[in-house]
Design a binder for this molecule. Structure first.
Ligand code: BES
Ligand code: MN
Ligand code: ZN
Length: 497
C-alpha cells in the first residue's frame, strides 16, 4: 500500500471510499459539506439527519454515491467534541477508514483532513493510522479467506492547503517506520509462548540486527552465570527452555549526543512458577515479554531513522515455570550488583529478571535508562487497562518522557515511589525480599527496581495494562498492542535532545 497527498476538492477525486472525520455537531461547517451535498442533489443532509449522525465519538455512517461523484462511497466518522481532540484521534480515524474499506474490497481510499487538522502532526498520525489499521494477526487461521490481505493499493490524505510534497514524503516515511515497529512488537506478543521462546526472541533480535546493521550480543546461561546474574537465572532455572540475554546496540554515524538504555521485560511465559497463577490469570501470560518486544522493535526503527544517539536495547528472556528445578519460596539469591534477595513469591519474577538486566545496562554507563515491563496487576488496578504507570528517580527526564508520550498518543501516568513503602521489602535474612504487601504493589515493584539503578536518570514504565487489550479501539487491535514503541520513537527522534 502506498500513501499519498492530494490537495483540492473531494468531489472529483476517484476512489472507492472517501472518509471524512467529523467533530460533534460540526458536520455542516465549511464549504466541503455543501459541495458534497450539492453533488448528491441535497440527499446527503437529509440522510444524515434521518440517521441522526451527529459526529459522536465512534459513530459512523456510510453513504453510497451511485456514480454521482468521484468517490463511490462516503464514510463519515464521528470524532466527538472538538474540545476533546487529540492528534492521536486521527490515527484511530485513519485506521477505522482502512478497516471499513476491507468489507468493500476497496483499492483506493481517501481521508479528508480539513478543519485545521492539516499540520505535520496530523499528517503523521493519519499516515500511521493507515498502516496500523491494516494490522491483523491471522497466520493461524486455516480458512484462506480469513487470511486474505485487504485489497488496498493507495491511501490518500486530502488537504485543502499544500504542505509540499517533500515534507510529506519525510512524514510518510517516518510514519511507516514507526507503524512497522509497532506491528512488529504486536506480532511478537501475539505469537504463542511455545513459539516465542527465549531462543526465538534471540533469533528475532538477530534478525533486527542484521536488517538494521546493529551490534548484537546474545548471552546463554553460562555467560549470564559468569556475569553473576543470579536473579535472572533463578527465574530461568525452572524452565526446560534455555534463557537468553539479549543486547542490541545502535551507534550513530557521527559522535553520539547521548547514550540511552532501553530495557524490556522478556518473560516469554509467566505461569507464576511455584507460586502458580490460577488458570484465568495465566491465560494471557504470553504477553509478559511485551517490554522486550517493544525495545527490540523500537531500536530497529531508531536505526532506520538514523537518530543521533547511541541506543542499547536489552531484554533478559526466560520462562517462569514450576518444576522440580524451579526456584523456591524462601530461596536467597544473589543479584548481579551483589545485593541478596529472599524470594517470598516466585510470581514476582519480572523485577528479578529486570533487576539484573538493569545492572547490566548500568554497566554501559548510560545517560538515561528506561525500562518497560508488564510488571504488576496492581498497576492495572490503579490505572485501568489502557494507562501505563510511570515511576522515576529524575523528574526532569520524566517530564520530557511524558511530553513525548502525550504527543505519541500513549497514555501514561506518574506514580510515586514512597520511601515509607521500602519497609515492605525488608527481609530478616537477606538485603531485601522480592515482594511487599498487596497494597501499593506497583510502587513496591518500582522501589525494588530502583535498588539496581543508582543515580542514573531512570524512568520505569509498567505496561501490564496497555500491553494488550481484549477490545479493539481505533488503531489498536485486540491482542498485543505494541504499546511503548510509539513513545520511544517520538522521544528519541524529536525530544530529549
Ligand atoms: N506478569 C505479571 C504481571 C501482569 C499482570 C502482567 C497482569 C500483565 C497482566 C507479573 O509477573 C506478576 O505476576 N505480578 C504479580 C506480583 C505479585 C506477586 C507481587 C501480580 O501482579 O500479581
Ligand atoms: Mn509473575
Ligand atoms: Zn510476569
Amino acid at each position: 500500500m502506498k500513501i499519498a497527498l492530494h490537495v483540492g476538492s473531494p468531489v472529483d477525486l476517484r476512489c472507492d471510499l472517501l472518509a471524512i472525520p467529523v467533530f460533534e455537531d460540526q458536520l455542516r461547517v465549511g464549504d466541503m459539506f455543501q459541495a458534497l451535498d450539492r453533488g448528491l442533489g441535497g440527499l446527503l443532509g437529509r440522510l444524515l439527519d434521518e440517521e441522526q449522525f451527529k459526529g459522536k465519538k465512534s459513530q459512523s455512517l456510510s453513504v453510497h454515491t451511485h456514480g454521482k461523484m468521484g468517490p463511490q462511497r462516503i464514510l463519515f466518522l464521528g470524532m466527538g467534541p472538538r474540545a476533546d481532540f487529540h492528534y492521536s484521534d486521527l490515527r484511530h480515524v485513519a485506521a477505522r477508514s482502512v478497516r471499513s474499506s476491507r468489507g468493500i474490497t476497496a483499492r483506493a481510499i481517501v481521508l479528508m483532513l480539513g478543519q485545521g487538522l492539516d499540520d505535520e502532526r496530523a499528517l503523521q498520525m493519519a499516515s500511521e493510522g493507515f498502516f496500523l489499521g491494516r494490522y491483523r494477526f491471522d497466520r493461524y487461521l486455516s480458512a484462506e479467506d480469513a487470511r486474505k490481505p485487504d485489497a488496498l493499493e493507495m491511501a490518500t490524505l486530502l488537504l485543502a492547503v499544500d504542505h509540499g510534497q517533500e515534507a510529506f514524503n519525510r512524514i510518510a516515511r517516518r510514519a511507516e517506520i514507526t507503524a512497522n515497529a509497532v506491528m512488529r512488537a504486536r506480532d511478537l506478543v501475539n505469537e504463542p509462548a511455545s513459539e516465542v521462546t527465549p531462543t526465538r526472541m534471540a533469533a528475532e533480535a538477530q534478525k533486527t540486527a542484521d536488517k538494521h546493521g546493529l551490534e548484537v550480543r546474545i548471552l546463554g546461561p553460562k555467560e549470564c552465570r559468569e556475569l553473576g546474574m543470579g536473579m535472572f537465572l533463578a527465574v530461568a532455572q525452572g524452565s526446560d527452555q534455555e534463557p537468553r540475554f539479549i543486547h542490541l546496540t545502535y551507534k550513530p554515524k557521527g559522535k553520539a549526543r547521548k547514550r540511552v538504555c532501553l530495557v524490556g521485560k522478556g518473560v516469554t511465559f509467566d505461569s507464576g512458577g511455584l507460586s502458580l497463577k490460577p488458570s484465568n490469570a495465566m491465560e494471557d501470560m504470553k504477553v509478559d515479554m511485551s517490554g522486550g518486544a517493544a525495545v527490540i522493535s523500537a531500536i530497529g526503527a531508531l536505526a532506520e531513522l538514523e537518530v543521533p544517539f547511541e541506543i542499547h536495547a536489552i531484554t533478559a528472556c526466560t520462562e517462569n515455570m514450576p518444576s522440580g528445578k524451579a526456584y523456591k519460596l524462601g530461596d536467597v539469591i544473589k543479584s548481579m550488583n551483589g545485593k541478596t534477595v529472599e524470594i517470598n513469591n516466585t510470581d514476582a519474577e519480572g523485577r528479578l529478571t529486570l533487576g539484573d538486566a538493569i545492572s547490566y545496562a548500568i554497566g554501559l554507563g548510560p545517560d538515561e535508562l528506561f525500562d518497560f515491563a508488564t510488571l504488576t496487576g496492581a498497576c492495572v488496578v490503579a490505572l485501568g487497562p489502557h494507562v501505563a504507570g510511570m515511576m522515576t528517580n529524575d523528574q526532569s527526564l520524566a517530564d520530557r518522557w511524558l511530553a513525548a508520550a502525550k504527543l505519541a498518543g500513549e497514555d501514561m501516568w506518574q506514580l510515586p515511589l514512597p520511601e515509607r513503602l521500602k519497609d515492605m521489602l525488608k527481609s530478616e535474612i537477606a538485603d531485601m525480599r522480592n515482594t511487599g504487601e498487596r497494597y501499593g504493589g506497583a510502587l513496591t515493584a518500582g522501589l525494588f527496581l530502583r535498588e539496581f539503578v543508582g543515580k542514573t536518570p531512570w524512568v520505569h514504565v509498567d505496561i501490564a495494562g496497555p500491553a494488550h487489550t481484549d477490545k479493539e479501539f481505533g488503531a489498536i487491535p485486540k491482542g498485543g498492542t505494541g504499546f511503548g514503541v510509539a513513545t520511544i520513537v517520538e522521544y528519541l527522534s524529536n525530544h530529549g535532545q
